[in-house]
Design a protein around this ligand. Structure first.
Ligand SMILES: [Zn+2]
Length: 213
């Protein structure tokens, strides 16, 4: 089930208050159009009817893909997901994810669309970051998976967006790199951990720490 509530939100620019639909839960099999609205960022887009100012409304959202058995809870900093996997006992062999930004939710969806493993992608992203030029500090750069494709030579590659404070760039990594990291993750055994897992950079840092020692 998808669920939405109508709220009245003031425009951040001119303070004009107008109704806004807040989607707190999205089931993409029942409402495939909502998945598209996430990917084109219109699901949380507020456009003021008076001054045309547009802004993204940050609110928690539960993303549910019954087919891929995936739930992703978008909760912003400080918020704690309500309920949880234990409250959803019948959802056997599901993966539960927690993300802290809308971009991270979009990325999880794109990873699922290609039937890839987000644990592998996170480790791959972190490793790719460490291979960038060393004269600049990249530790605070944001990296997002953007999809697989072919490079000019026709070799399969994965595209990563690298966003630093002052610029945005793109990096292509060979697809074989993914397979290499996947072997590393497989060697760690099946996914463990209770509740909503944050498969993010911190996860990747810990995986690589285990490898080094
Ligand atoms: Zn306005």
């Amino acid at each position: 089930m998808s669920s939405a509530g109508d709220e009245t939100i003031p425009c951040p620019e001119c303070k004009h208050a107008q109704p806004f639909t807040v989607w707190s839960s999205v089931n993409i099999q029942l409402n495939p159009e909502l998945k598209e609205k996430i990917l084109d960022r219109t699901i949380n887009k507020f456009v003021c009817e008076k001054c045309q100012h547009s802004a993204s409304v940050a609110h928690p959202m539960l993303y549910h893909d019954m087919e891929r058995k995936l739930m992703v809870w978008l909760v912003y900093e400080g918020a704690i997901p309500q309920g949880g996997p234990s409250a959803m006992g019948s959802l056997e062999s599901y993966r539960f994810r927690r993300v802290r930004s809308f971009e991270a939710l979009m990325e999880k969806i794109m990873i699922e669309d290609e039937k890839l493993d987000d644990r592998v992608i996170e480790v791959m992203k972190l490793t790719a970051l460490s291979m960038l030029e060393e004269k600049k500090d990249h530790t605070n750069d944001k990296v997002y998976f953007e999809g697989s494709g072919l490079n000019k030579k026709g070799d399969p590659v994965m595209s990563l967006a690298i966003i630093s404070d002052d610029q945005a760039g793109q990096l292509s990594v060979p697809h074989g790199f993914y397979s290499e990291v996947a072997r590393l993750i497989e060697a760690k055994g099946p996914e463990t951990g209770e509740g909503w897992l944050s498969i993010d950079r911190e996860y990747a840092v810990n995986v690589l720490k285990d490898v080094d020692t």
